[in-house]
Design a protein around this ligand. Structure first.
Ligand code: ADP
Ligand code: MG
Length: 415
């Protein structure tokens, strides 16, 4: 959709801001350009809507060389959001948002109706905020208006230059989430500039790591974090890139362990036998429909204390057994229901490992059940999580699916 071919920009004073840049952004893709101040991100972006002309090289939009397109026509196809927003101070929020459709010849009433829709879309109730003036808004709200205005003419392409850079971290996270939600329905082709690697990783389908006018690496966030292509990229994404990878690495079926599974209505005695036969410290308990209910500790069934491998507090504390608890060694009476504990938390398949880790920590748990819809798939343990992270880094570096990487192919540090 946007293609750079050997694009160089040298300013009059001799500064080479962008140096022989070649890359492509696919239709519907969000590419973040991330790098330190002065590395050429804004220059790259402004060449797309011809606010800046390249010194050499060509840029194509939808296959068309943009140097042959009238800049005004070109900019109608490209929404532009910048940090300072650039709202008209003397116009209301609604009129600010309606400006472009109105300029494009839409009748005023229609343009305002469209503007109201867009304000709603970015989380600003038009009946509350529509008649306000920009100075009556918070920084975050002004940025929302900026996004609404950029979307007003429904351009296929969005250029966003540090749009959320001036707001505080909490508001920024809200704006990022809202923008992701919007993008998941709008599928715009987006070039998004930021100097914040966290933001780049969070938003980008791919991220372009910039260093001094050049792209050092252009790849998915997981790959850039797991396998930085150059020492510069590694340094830029940070020593804690393993932690950052947690946010962009999903839980996959191959990461899960399969402890024994029993049903709520199974006889407690047969469940105890199953656990003993498997030498398992606990089992996952499903309800009659096969949906996950909770867990039962071998110790609860036999009257002994739960072993150290049992789950911790929260996901299910093993401190007290159910009413049917028997003296150690005796066969338990009744059904699993009387010994089982409900699960305090579970994860959907595909949840980021970061969420898994945070749930494990929050519940001080030794494992967490993972579901695919209503179906129980298995459990994720801290070891499983660590393995998933190691395998995914190796898989990304080798460009292979993660389930094709076996852990013993991963070098253990110091081994
Ligand atoms: P970024 O957006 O990554 O901070 P810019 O694209 O704004 O970087 O700038 C890249 C380089 O080009 C910097 O060294 C900057 O000082 C220089 N530069 C930007 N605009 C101009 C200009 N109009 N004239 C001369 N140099 C410029
Ligand atoms: Mg800039």
């Amino acid at each position: 959709m946007i293609r750079f071919e050997h694009v160089t920009k040298r300013y009059a004073d001799g500064t080479t801001a962008v140096d022989d840049l070649t890359f492509e952004v696919a239709e519907g893709e969000l590419v973040t350009l991330v790098g330190p101040s002065g590395c050429g991100k804004t220059t790259t972006m402004k060449m797309v809507n011809r606010l800046i002309e390249p010194t050499s090289g060509r840029i194509f939009l939808d296959g068309e060389d943009i140097s042959t397109v009238d800049p005004v026509q070109l900019r109608r196809r490209i929404g532009y959001v910048i940090q300072q927003v650039g709202l008209f101070p003397h116009k209301t929020v609604l009129d600010n948002t309606a400006t472009v459709p109105h300029l494009l010849g839409r009748p005023r009433k229609e343009a305002r109706a469209r503007a109201a829709e867009l304000l709603d879309l970015v989380g600003l109730d038009p009946s509350v905020y529509g008649d306000r003036y920009p100075e009556q808004l918070s920084g975050g709200q002004r940025q929302r208006v900026g996004v609404a205005r950029a979307l007003a003419a429904d351009p296929p392409v969005l250029l966003m230059d540090e749009p959320f850079g001036a707001v505080d971290p909490v508001v920024r996270e809200h704006l990022q989430n809202e923008f992701l939600r919007l993008q998941s329905t709008l599928h715009k082709t987006v070039l998004f500039v930021t100097h914040d690697i966290e933001e780049a990783v969070r938003l980008g389908d791919r991220i372009a790591v910039y260093g001094a006018g050049r792209i050092e690496q252009l790849d998915t966030p997981a790959t850039v974090l797991g396998a930085p292509a150059t020492p510069y990229a590694a340094q830029f994404v940070g020593a804690d890139r393993g932690l950052k990878r947690l946010s962009v690495t999903p839980v996959e079926p191959g990461d899960l362990e399969s402890p024994p599974v029993v049903r709520l209505d199974d006889a407690a005695a047969s469940a105890a036998d199953r656990l003993a036969a498997d030498e398992a410290p606990w089992a996952v308990v499903l309800d009659a429909d096969g949906a996950p209910y909770g867990w039962v500790a071998a110790g609860a069934l036999t009257g002994a204390a739960a072993g150290p491998e049992g789950p911790g507090d929260g996901v299910g504390a093993a401190s007290e057994a159910g009413a049917g608890r028997e003296a150690a060694g005796a066969a338990p009476q009744g059904t699993v229901r009387e010994y089982a504990r409900p699960m305090a938390a579970w994860l959907p398949l595909g949840a980021p490992l970061r969420e898994a880790l945070s749930t494990l920590l929050q519940h001080d748990a030794g494992w967490i059940a993972v579901r695919d819809g209503d179906r129980h798939l298995g459990v994720l343990t801290p070891g499983g999580l660590h393995g998933a992270l190691r395998r995914s880094a190796t898989a990304d570096a080798a460009n292979r699916p993660r389930d094709e990487v076996s852990l013993d192919t991963v070098p253990v540090p110091g081994a």
